[in-house]
Design a protein. Structure first.
Length: 361
């Protein structure tokens, strides 16, 4: 059975005018004027944050993106990152070498067993300072701006006094939270000669771990938001509220990864020191052997700290930015500050950007 005359299936060409199979002329095809096509609107721009002008996307970051971002910042701005961290690493290792030499010449074997812990307060201070000094690099990178070592120093120098005060206060808080529960436990263990009491040490350090996470964002807040010392600590405490476990897990996993990286660089020095017997814990080493061993460990330590200090500082800075994006829609502020195209307006129910200036502003 043939199709109805004059009907065409969808998508088929229109029949030409002329006689149809029925013997009657086909009705003329009405001539219509096609409406002009609307102008092409161009590529669609999403209403929300896009990858952004820098190497870090302007949106909430997953753990893998935080890891990649920390390494990417070091690769992109290696002169600035390594220039700042090399100075701190040399200072730390010079102090460590002095402590190791003192332990070799005047310390006991028991004291030498804790060789790596005597400089812990100084390393805490350096950690806070390095995070603050590297924060302008992170803030500028989010806006697509490069930062030279000179520019990073010029941006951080006005805040150096407050940053030093913050480092001292933050270190005192963390050391105090460690000393208050640990000193009585260690003293009681030594007085009673009961090693089982050392089982109380792990739960005793939990308050220090809690505080360490809560105040980790103080240095970025002090630099980027121009906060006071106390205000930066309060600001960090507020930002971590409700997200402590996520922050702790991210910092713990990243810390383990950075520790393994540092171990790769320091283990060769430890092996050399062990072979020549020049460690501070070896009371039978000669002064020459000790000097060589301490020197080798210092060189390896400088290499390890030069690489790991900026990685840790970048991770804390990115976590701070990520948390502000999640809680205060900072990505919208950054997009406007970077001059990105599109309708950068928050969706219904989205948080309103905070009153603090965007990084790098």
């Amino acid at each position: 059975m043939s199709e109805t005359p004059g009907w065409t299936s969808p998508g088929s060409p229109e029949p030409a005018p002329g006689p149809s199979e029925s013997g009657h002329p086909a009705p003329p095809v009405p001539q219509t004027t096609a409406a002009p096509a609307p102008p092409h609107p161009g590529p669609a721009v999403p209403p929300g944050p896009t990858p952004g002008p820098g190497i870090i996307p302007l949106r909430p970051l997953g753990f893998g993106e935080l890891m990649d971002g920390a390494f990417a910042l070091v690769r992109r701005y290696w002169k600035t990152a390594f220039g700042l961290s090399l100075v701190l690493a040399c200072v730390l290792e010079l102090v460590q070498a002095g402590v190791s030499w003192w332990l070799h010449t005047s310390g006991t074997r028991t004291e030498a067993m804790f060789d790596g812990y005597y400089t812990l307060p100084l390393e805490m201070l350096a950690g806070v300072v390095s995070t603050g000094l590297l924060t302008p690099v992170i803030g500028n990178s989010l806006l697509g701006r490069d930062t030279t070592p000179k520019q990073a120093w010029e941006q951080a120098r006005p805040h150096l006094g407050r940053l030093t005060g913050l480092a001292l206060l933050q270190t005192a808080i963390l050391l105090g939270s460690l000393a208050v529960p640990l000193v009585p436990i260690l003293a009681l263990t030594g007085a009673t000669m009961q090693p089982a009491l050392l089982l109380l040490v792990p739960p005793a350090v939990l308050p220090a771990v809690f505080l360490w996470v809560k105040v980790s964002f103080a240095a970025p807040a002090l630099i980027l938001e121009r906060q006071s010392v106390v205000g930066a600590l309060k600001r960090s405490w507020h930002l971590v509220r409700g997200s402590w476990w996520r922050m702790f897990g991210t910092m713990l996993v990243f810390g383990i990864a950075v520790g393994l990286l540092a171990g790769v660089l320091t283990v060769p020095g430890a092996i050399i020191t062990l072979l020549i017997g020049g460690g501070p814990a070896d009371i039978y080493a000669t002064d020459g052997e000790a000097a060589i061993g301490i020197g080798v460990m210092a060189v390896c330590g400088v290499l390890a700290k030069t690489l790991t200090i900026p990685l840790t500082g970048n991770m804390l800075g990115l976590l701070y930015i990520d948390q502000r994006i999640r809680r205060e829609a900072l990505d919208l502020e950054l997009a406007r500050a970077a001059g990105l195209p599109g309708q950068w307006t928050p969706a219904a129910g989205a948080p309103v950007p905070g009153q603090y200036p965007p990084p790098g502003a």
